[in-house]
Design a protein around this ligand. Structure first.
Ligand SMILES: [Zn+2]
Length: 150
């Protein structure tokens, strides 16, 4: 079912959702931020091939990813976040924080304060890093690859 496009709405939040609001899209961006580049890398989250193809196509069209050939074969591509895509890091960081606070379930993803390398707790993310005694901005965190379930 085709839903109403937010692309022309006079609000940046709505227009952002037009780009990244589809199911799976931010999971793909999250995985790219921790190093996923190739189609098979993104599949580890459990996304179906057809959905992944569609999302990557749209994100390339939107300029969130750049599609680059790799290796010997002409039909092999990797997907690299552009500046526009990397600018979604604070969005992911704030969603991580919100999800820790307001959703239930275990957490296998982690964030690190770029300035000092300390793993952040949910309390620290939008506040203060006790390790280096600096305020922490969402732009100053880096996600780490998921760990085993705990
Ligand atoms: Zn710190």
């Amino acid at each position: 079912m085709q839903h109403t496009s937010f692309a022309e709405m006079p609000c940046p939040v709505a227009r952002t959702l037009d780009v990244i609001g589809e199911w799976w899209t931010l999971v793909i961006v999250r995985d790219a931020l921790v190093g996923a580049r190739r189609f098979d890398d993104f599949k580890t989250s459990g996304i179906a091939d057809n959905i992944l193809s569609a999302r990557l196509r749209k994100l390339v069209e939107e300029g969130v990813f750049e599609r680059r050939p790799y290796g010997e074969r002409a039909d092999r591509f990797e997907y690299v976040l552009t500046r526009k895509g990397r600018d979604l890091l604070p969005v992911i960081a704030v969603m991580w924080d919100w999800g820790k606070k307001w959703t239930k379930g275990r957490t296998n993803t982690r964030l690190v304060h770029v300035a000092c390398g300390t793993e952040l707790t949910d309390v620290m993310l939008r506040g203060h890093c006790e390790s280096c005694d600096r305020d922490v901005l969402p732009t100053e965190v880096r996600p780490l690859r998921p760990t085993a379930a705990r």
